[in-house]
Design a protein around this ligand. Structure first.
Ligand code: FPP
Ligand code: MG
Length: 322
């Protein structure tokens, strides 16, 4: 057990986050244990947890122990949202293994997602600084996450989806939790209000970058490193940027799509011809530059700045050590 006032090194904090998540899942009541243990068998990329921890580092690279709970809670909120998302998307595969909804059924998965959310809130309530600084923003960020997902659902099969509306969707369903991670870390690092606002901006850009890249990955031909279904967004009625761009550049293709007269091959060919992935990558680069500019304005050590850039790189799908 870590004493509340004891500060941690990043590597120790990271190990503790993994331990905290694992014990929250595997030490759950017997009735829910099989399901949560199934989830504990495959780990995600932990990019949100890493974001909390890196942002929480003080000038000496040390972290308050509350950062461990904040990081674990955000990863558990993320997991809850994925469990629900897989029900909505009818997905079979997540993090390289069978989804909860496929293995145990949709009703079980929905209830387990709800249960996970309660676990996350319980974890946050153990953070000493949480009461003052994290309770209200956490619920606001969860609201944004839900509303983003709802906005996506309302726009299901909307072939007229605009770039702006798409950005609003991904800002909610993905960027909000990244922003929450940067916000929680910044608060725990003792940053000033104006610095916290800068961290929030960087988190928001990192989240947008992450989702834009994720939406490009759906156009890959094989499951490969995605470890989840690919070539499935359009089939689920989810319209993403590479396709929005292709519809606007190729009106004849959009007309065929409106007539429900397109195959997966037509989609892939159109996205290729219109340069949908290149365009999306240009947007990623634009957000990357904006985030990078904000990182350079932060009053932090060179090491911390490098780690923040490594998070951006990871979100963009590049290799980076943290
Ligand atoms: C994955 O998107 C899903 C999300 C980023 C958010 C899902 C949010 C909800 C279901 C709202 C409920 C929230 C809680 C806290 C229970 P994706 O389908 O584009 O990505 P994928 O390819 O990883 O499935
Ligand atoms: Mg999904």
């Amino acid at each position: 057990m870590v004493e509340p006032m004891e500060k941690l090194a990043y590597e120790d904090a990271y190990k503790l986050v993994k331990k905290e998540i694992n014990s929250a899942l595997t030490r759950s009541p017997r009735i829910v244990n099989d399901y949560l243990t199934h989830l504990s068998n495959s780990q995600g990329k932990m990019i949100r947890a890493v974001s909390v921890l890196v942002c929480a580092e003080d000038e000496e690279g040390k972290l308050k122990s509350g950062a461990v709970q904040a990081a674990a809670a955000i990863e558990i909120i993320h997991l809850a949202s994925l469990v629900h998302d897989d029900v909505i998307d009818n997905a079979d595969l997540r993090r390289g293994q069978e989804t909860l909804q496929k293995k145990f059924g949709k009703r079980t998965a929905v209830i387990c997602g709800d249960y996970l959310l309660s676990l996350a809130l319980k974890t946050i309530s153990t953070i000493p600084e949480g009461k003052h600084y994290l309770d209200i923003p956490t619920s606001d960020y969860i609201s944004k996450l839900c509303l983003g997902e709802l906005r996506q659902h309302i726009n299901n099969n909307n072939l007229d989806l605009s770039l702006l509306e798409y950005i609003r969707i991904i800002s909610g369903k993905t960027a909000a939790l990244f922003e929450a991670s940067f916000f929680a870390g910044a608060v725990l690092s003792g940053a000033s209000q104006s610095e916290i606002n800068m961290y929030k901006k960087i988190g928001n850009y990192a989240g947008l970058i992450f989702q834009l890249r994720d939406d490009c990955l759906d156009f890959d031909n094989t499951v490969g490193s995605a470890k989840k279904p690919v070539q499935s967004d359009y089939e689920q009625g989810v319209i993403t940027l590479p396709l929005i761009l292709s519809f606007s550049r190729l009106p004849a293709f959009k007309k065929k799509a409106m007539e429900k007269n397109i195959t997966r091959e037509d989609i892939n060919r159109a996205v290729e011809e219109a340069g949908g992935l290149d365009y999306t990558n240009q947007i990623i680069k634009r957000y990357y530059r904006k985030a990078d500019q904000n990182i350079s304005k932060l009053n932090v050590s060179e090491e911390k700045s490098k780690k923040l850039i490594a998070i951006l790189k990871k979100a963009s799908g590049m290799k980076a050590e943290i």
